[in-house]
Design a protein around this ligand. Structure first.
Ligand SMILES: *Cc1c(COP(=O)(O)O)cnc(C)c1O
Length: 401
């Protein structure tokens, strides 16, 4: 029997080993300074991220969830206000809206990119009475259709707040970095993101100086000068230790993005050779009933925080179990769309009302994609997937090609 190839979903130790000395130096610098909250290290990181994202300002905070919360607070979103967001995303997108007493208004997604569908946004906006913002999510590292969404925002005179938590370094159809075209861009440095800290961290980008100042004040309880408060804010700092770690990792980020893209290319190639449908043919029949992630055309750039395939709902969970037995860890992002969460039951959105979000929740599976994966690991994952899908839903050879 051949040797089992183990493939964890993510291997942060493999990323740490080659940068260990650099990280130790950065941490020691902070320890020598004994300045742990905000300060110069955080300021330097904010400047570097603003340059990386192509915005005038960047304001660090305690998490990606707080980045969203602070952004909405800075825009004056409060009780009863409506904010449109996709139904298929990480909970924090809608949770941060609800924490302000505002109402998340769920829009359905595009079934190919899994990003919010601008047509759906327009449709739900037409039913809103107190719409204050539209919050697209650049899901899995692929930019949402910002051009269309910015147009809708201008038409309705509401700001676009980009939830770019999964997509730092991603570029939209015009080749522009995510988090720079909307009024505000929200980033997370949770350890599993492409730029992950050694704990929680987040940041807001903007070109609007007044909003940047307001967020910088809101993150220190709304303080304007020492012990004087014009607004009620919260305690949400980016730690100097996290900033120091993130500054080191930012220097490696492009290389890590490229490695993820190379890994995605390899998966795509194996799946396509086996007859999988590509994103361009979402309803293709006659091939392998597996769909690879959608692949935006350059200058757009997908940074593959996740590589998510799609299979029939009847076999998704079995495929996951089978991969687990073969040593391959996978994940489901996300098994229950937000409009079906118990905490949002009072919004009264029934099963079937947002069908593309519901289908994605049943049919998608995220495969390991982290930069340090070895070619033999990638092969093992891809071959195991193909072999299982072929066995459970044989490839029809009637199609051409
Ligand atoms: C990770 C994530 C967040 C929240 O970030 P935290 O740093 O974990 O608070 C928000 N939105 C999306 C889409 C995310 O993936």
């Amino acid at each position: 029997m051949s040797r089992q190839v183990d493939v964890p979903f993510l291997d942060l130790k493999a990323q740490y080993v080659p940068i260990k000395a650099e990280i130790a130096g950065a941490i020691d610098r902070v320890l020598q300074s004994q300045q742990f909250i905000l300060g110069e290290e955080v300021k330097a990181f904010e400047d570097e991220i603003a340059a990386y994202c192509g915005t005038r300002h960047a304001v660090g905070c305690a998490s990606g969830s707080d980045a969203i919360l602070l952004s909405l607070m800075a825009l004056g979103v409060g009780p009863g206000d409506e904010v449109i967001c996709p139904a298929y995303t990480f909970f924090a997108t809608a949770g941060s809206i609800a924490r302000l007493g505002a109402v998340p208004v769920f829009a359905d997604i595009d079934p190919v990119t899994y990003n919010v569908d601008p047509q759906e946004v327009r449709a739900v906006a037409g039913r809103c009475r107190t719409l204050k913002a539209i919050m697209p999510v650049h899901l899995y590292g692929q930019a949402a259709d910002l051009e269309a969404l910015l147009g809708i925002g201008r038409e309705l005179n509401v700001p676009i707040v980009e939830d770019a938590a999964q997509a730092i370094g991603g570029r939209d159809a015009g080749g522009v970095g995510v988090g720079s075209r909307g009024t505000l861009g929200c980033f997370s440095f949770f350890p599993t993101k492409n730029l992950g800290g050694y704990g929680d961290g987040g940041l807001v980008t903007t070109n609007d100086r007044l909003l940047a100042e307001r967020i910088a004040s809101l993150r220190v309880h709304g303080e304007t000068s020492r012990y004087h408060h014009q607004l009620v804010g919260l305690n949400s700092h980016l730690d100097a230790l996290q900033a120091a770690v993130l500054r080191v990792k930012l220097g490696h980020l492009e290389g890590w993005h490229e490695a993820r893209i190379r890994n995605a290319d390899l998966y795509d190639e194996v799946f396509r050779a086996a007859g999988a449908a590509t994103s361009a043919s979402p309803l293709a029949t006659g091939g392998l009933p597996l769909r690879t992630p959608s692949r935006p055309k350059p200058p757009a750039r997908h940074i593959y925080n996740q590589y998510v395939i799609r299979v029939g709902a009847q076999i998704r969970d079995e495929l996951r179990e089978h991969l687990g037995k073969k040593g391959v860890a996978t994940a489901i992002y996300y098994p229950l769309p937000l409009h079906r969460q118990v905490c949002f039951a009072d919004l009264g959105i029934g099963e079937g009302e947002l069908p593309h979000s519901e289908a994605a929740a049943r049919e998608t599976l995220a495969l390991p994609i982290y930069p340090e994966l070895a070619p033999e690991q990638l092969r093992h994952v891809a071959d195991t997937v193909v072999e299982f899908v072929e066995r459970h839903a044989p490839v029809s050879r009637t199609s051409s090609g």
